[in-house]
Design a binder for this molecule. Structure first.
Ligand SMILES: Cc1ncc(COP(=O)(O)O)c(C=O)c1O
Length: 427
């Protein structure tokens, strides 16, 4: 046996400019800046929306935050434990997990919560635990890869509806005779920056007797009072059956959780394979998550600043005639269309000091390659304003606009077509 097949596939990817490579990025001493390839760049690529990944916890700062809380000794102990040693259901269940689960359930206004090792583990474990053959899952076409994979693993019938098209979703729900139905959606679509209409989805799930699962990966910590998330901000947190969120984005740590009714959490503890058959997260990470989640509750001012900056940044780019894919959040894509043009633009922006990445198919639909700007509350408006001006400078040669316009001419609205899954088969 040789590796010929893999060489062929890699060559094909390289020929299409789609071979991925790793680059080192390290934190600069100034918040909001990173170092990569010998350059110091404004970090516009992280999902570190509140700058919490830089938070350093010491016994003193923990003490300041917890101020005599009875949980303090457990948290301090967890901060010294760098490995769980086993699955949580064996003997890897440090008491800090329960504290964080209790905090997350309270924050979301739900009965209980359960921590998973990552968002990918949560989505690929929970959907197959809830759904199976004879059931149907209704999934927005721009949902995250881990939701797509979770649905595939479940073996339920998959009904993909066009992005945020509630009419199409309702028609699918009405026509379905499946035993059980699950509607699943990202709260914030990570490559487009659009938001789900959760109250409308709640109304549909009630009308058709379906469950609703919402992935708050990019909205936890960022939306709602105390950072409770988009479902809270839209007033429907108690009505989402399966509320998923992650701890590795705005919360600056690692891991994910499901919040919901007590029975759901007890069931998942017994049925979600990605929870049962895996080593628990290191207690130190769980403690950092707990501290960051609590700290983030007091960051309403930072959240206001982030949303205000994002609105101004979007307005500045829209005024240049750029295609922002309908973004309405702190995630701002600039759709350029061709992968090579997008790579070139990303490199030009890096040479001007902006750490921005090119997002290419298969992560996004064919011919919709884009620059993705992820804003953070640590950015200053002057930095973002200058960035918008530099983008304008680059697109003066019409390259970007030609890219976006060609795309529209050739494909119409790319978001009404079906998006190839990020895990599409390699050639
Ligand atoms: C919407 C969404 N869900 C889930 C995940 C996966 O989360 P994690 O990085 O914790 O595995 C991501 C990560 O990018 C995401 O964007």
């Amino acid at each position: 046996m040789t590796w010929e097949r893999l060489h062929t596939r890699l060559d094909a990817l390289a020929a299409q400019g789609r071979e991925r490579q790793l680059h080192d990025w390290t934190a600069d001493s100034e918040p909001g800046y990173v170092r990569t390839g010998g350059r110091r760049l404004l970090d516009l690529a992280s999902n570190d929306y509140l700058g919490l990944s830089r938070q350093r916890w010491t016994p003193d700062t923990v003490h300041d935050l917890l101020a005599g809380d009875p949980d303090e000794p457990v948290v301090l102990d967890a901060l010294t434990r760098f490995g769980a040693g086993a699955a949580r259901l064996i003997n890897g269940n440090h008491p800090v997990y329960g504290l964080l689960e209790r905090d997350l359930a309270r924050l979301k206004g739900r009965e209980a919560a359960l921590i998973f090792g990552s968002g990918v583990a949560a989505n690929t474990g929970v959907i197959p635990a809830l759904m199976g053959q004879g059931d149907a899952v209704f999934s927005d076409e721009l949902n995250h890869a881990s939701i797509i994979d979770g649905v595939r693993l479940s073996r339920a019938e998959t009904q993909v509806f066009p992005h945020r098209d509630l009419g199409a979703l309702e028609r699918q729900l009405a026509a379905s005779h499946a035993a059980h139905k699950l509607i699943v959606t990202d709260a914030l679509f990570s490559m487009d920056g659009t938001l789900a209409a959760l109250p409308e989805l709640v109304a549909l799930k009630k009308k058709y007797g379906a469950w609703l699962m919402v992935d708050e990966a990019h909205t936890g910590g960022v939306y709602g009072s105390g950072g409770a998330g988009l479902a809270c901000a839209q007033g429907v947190s108690g009505e989402v059956d399966v509320l998923m969120g992650t701890l590795g984005k705005a919360y600056g740590s690692v891991g994910a959780y499901i919040a919901g009714d007590d029975v759901l959490i007890r069931y998942l503890l017994n049925a979600a394979r990605s929870f049962i058959f895996t080593t628990g997260l290191p207690p130190v990470n769980v403690a950092v998550s707990l501290l960051n989640v609590r700290y983030a509750q007091g960051m309403d001012e930072e959240r206001r600043r982030l949303h205000a900056h994002a609105a101004r940044f979007r307005a500045a780019l829209s005024a240049q005639g750029l295609d922002l894919a309908g973004s309405e959040s702190q995630v701002v894509p600039v759709v350029l269309g061709a992968a090579d043009l997008t790579l070139r633009r990303a490199e030009e922006l890096r040479s001007r000091g902006y750490g921005v990445v090119a997002i290419r198919p298969p992560t996004v639909a064919p011919d919709s390659a884009r620059l993705r700007f992820a804003l953070s509350s640590v950015h200053r408006w002057e930095e973002l304003e200058q960035c918008a001006a530099d983008i304008n400078d680059l697109s003066d040669d019409q390259g970007s606009r030609v890219g976006a316009e060609r795309l529209k001419e050739e494909h119409g609205d790319v978001y009404s077509g079906s998006c190839e899954s990020p895990c599409e088969k390699l050639p």
